[in-house]
Design a binder for this molecule. Structure first.
Ligand SMILES: *[C@@H]1O[C@H](CO)[C@@H](O)[C@H](O)[C@H]1NC(C)=O
Ligand SMILES: *[C@@H]1O[C@H](CO)[C@@H](O)[C@H](O)[C@H]1NC(C)=O
Ligand SMILES: *[C@@H]1O[C@H](CO)[C@@H](O)[C@H](O)[C@H]1NC(C)=O
Ligand SMILES: *[C@@H]1O[C@H](CO)[C@@H](O)[C@H](O)[C@H]1NC(C)=O
Ligand SMILES: [Cu+2]
Length: 427
């Protein structure tokens, strides 16, 4: 009798009920990663794909830990990045407080080069507007932004006492009445409301050459925690309303103005869960993933042909959100890039051994290929080593944002990269 302990019983029972045992094994990641859900939003196809992928991620981590290559990163201690709508009011308030705190901390960017920088928050805008190569070329887009978002999250945590991890925005949740969402409803636990209607605002030009038709806003944000925010740098490109030009030709001078926004479902509809799911499921190699994300196959019947990257950016277009150079000047920028990072991570984790180090390498191909040919799909498995050459020797130096200058491939590994500095999961 006394030998039948609880743990012994737990060991025995699943083996008696084989089916149940498997189900329990597959769900064991839930004991490691704390899931919080908002019942208002049913899981979408991408959420479901991620849930199905978690057991695979768990066994990948088990192997990595066994090989001593996890740099102390485990699913138990990984930072958990959540959808804003899944966070509690208290978590949201903590995040908002830290964001406002960054906007009141002294800047570190060189004042002579960036006279318009007002505070620590603006340091990130200053970097983004002057390091487009590091952040936006084929090699840099994914790892560059992964590190950029991490550096921002580290500033919130280390410089402003934020306890959580950076939230993301699941684009699909903003395809319908975004102005009523927890993210944009303008109440005290939102990231601010829509901009006031501005007839001078016409929409955003997308890389497809088409105008993304405007939503209801375009003017100043007048509700929520950022209604008094002062935008200073930029605009870096001419904006579609009469925003005063920056006093300096390179747009780094002071140009104080309000935060303008246009919540735009026309944009969001280019990044529905189905579109994001197809992006992940149908991209057999990283080049296809990159091309589809940025410039999807042209289809004249598609009313929302903007790739997921642009669609995500312009859900909250306006100024500076719709400005390719100064977009981090709207705090929602980081929610968007966290979501992109999530999609990249889900793509990587379908085949971690081959995909984590896959580097975009368009080689001699001058234009993105619209659809993968069977031959290209066959290259999927070669993602890692073969393409890694494109990143050889490449470093990411975020200058005044973060001290560590890191090899680009270390920012490919979200679960242990750079000695464990990258250690996050998305739920
Ligand atoms: C892992 O953590 C232990 C204990 O905190 C520490 O001694 C060790 O240096 C860490 N290893 C790595 C690779 O960070
Ligand atoms: C922008 O232009 C000003 C004036 O010419 C210059 O002093 C400053 O260094 C420039 N900033 C950058 C980042 O190039
Ligand atoms: C703001 O709106 C969200 C979403 O409807 C809700 O969860 C939250 O409680 C509201 N907070 C306040 C302070 O009104
Ligand atoms: C998403 O795709 C599924 C399967 O093809 C389809 O049944 C569903 O209607 C699509 N949903 C939307 C919102 O388009
Ligand atoms: Cu971007």
């Amino acid at each position: 009798m006394r030998y039948i302990t609880w743990s012994a019983a737990a060991l025995v029972v699943p083996s008696l009920l084989a089916g149940v045992g498997n189900a329990q094994a597959e769900e064991s990641w839930r004991t490691k990663v704390k899931v919080q859900r908002n019942g208002f939003y049913p899981l979408d196809v991408v959420d479901n794909l991620l849930e199905e992928t978690m057991p695979k991620i768990e066994s990948y981590m088990d192997k990595k830990i066994a090989a001593g290559k996890n740099n102390n990163c485990t699913l138990e201690n990984a930072g958990v990045r959540r959808e804003w709508g899944d966070m509690t009011d208290e978590q949201r308030l903590d995040f908002i407080k830290a964001t406002l705190c960054l906007m009141n901390k002294p800047s570190r960017a060189p004042k002579d080069q960036f006279p318009g920088v007002q505070n620590r928050y603006d340091d990130f805008v200053a970097y983004h507007m002057t390091h487009m190569g590091v952040l936006h070329d084929t090699v840099g887009l994914f790892p560059g932004h992964k590190y950029f978002v991490l550096a921002y999250e580290m500033a919130l945590r280390n410089e402003c006492g934020y306890k959580g991890y950076h939230p993301y925005m699941n684009y699909d949740r903003y395809t319908h009445e975004p102005e009523k969402s927890a993210l944009f409803n303008g109440n005290a636990t939102s990231m601010g409301g829509n901009g006031a209607p501005d007839p001078r605002y016409r929409g955003v030009n997308s890389a497809t050459g088409k105008l993304i038709p405007k939503g209801e806003g375009g003017g100043c944000v007048t509700t929520g925690p950022f209604k008094d925010m002062v935008v200073s740098l930029g605009p870096g490109v001419p904006m579609m309303n009469d925003i005063p030009k920056n006093p300096l030709a390179n747009a780094t001078g002071p140009n104080p103005r309000c935060l303008r926004r246009d919540l735009n479902i026309n944009s969001a509809l280019g990044a529905t869960a189905n579109i994001s799911y197809n992006l992940i499921a149908q991209s057999k190699d990283i080049n296809t993933f990159y091309n589809t994300l940025l410039t999807p196959p042209r289809n004249n019947k598609d009313p929302y042909p903007w790739g997921v990257h642009e669609a995500g950016h312009f859900i909250a277009g306006g100024d500076p959100g719709g400005d390719p150079l100064c977009s981090p000047g709207d705090p929602v920028f980081y929610f968007h890039h966290a979501m992109l990072d999530r999609l990249w991570w889900i793509w990587q984790m379908q085949d971690p051994e081959n995909r984590i180090n896959a580097v975009v390498n368009l080689g001699a191909r001058p234009t993105p290929t619209p659809t993968p040919t069977p031959e290209e799909s066959g290259h999927a498995g070669h993602g890692g080593g073969a393409d890694g050459g494109a990143a050889a020797g490449r470093m990411i130096d975020l200058k005044w944002l973060a001290p560590d200058v890191i090899p680009v491939l270390e920012a490919h590994d979200g679960l242990g990269g750079h000695g464990g500095m990258f250690c996050h999961v998305y739920v």
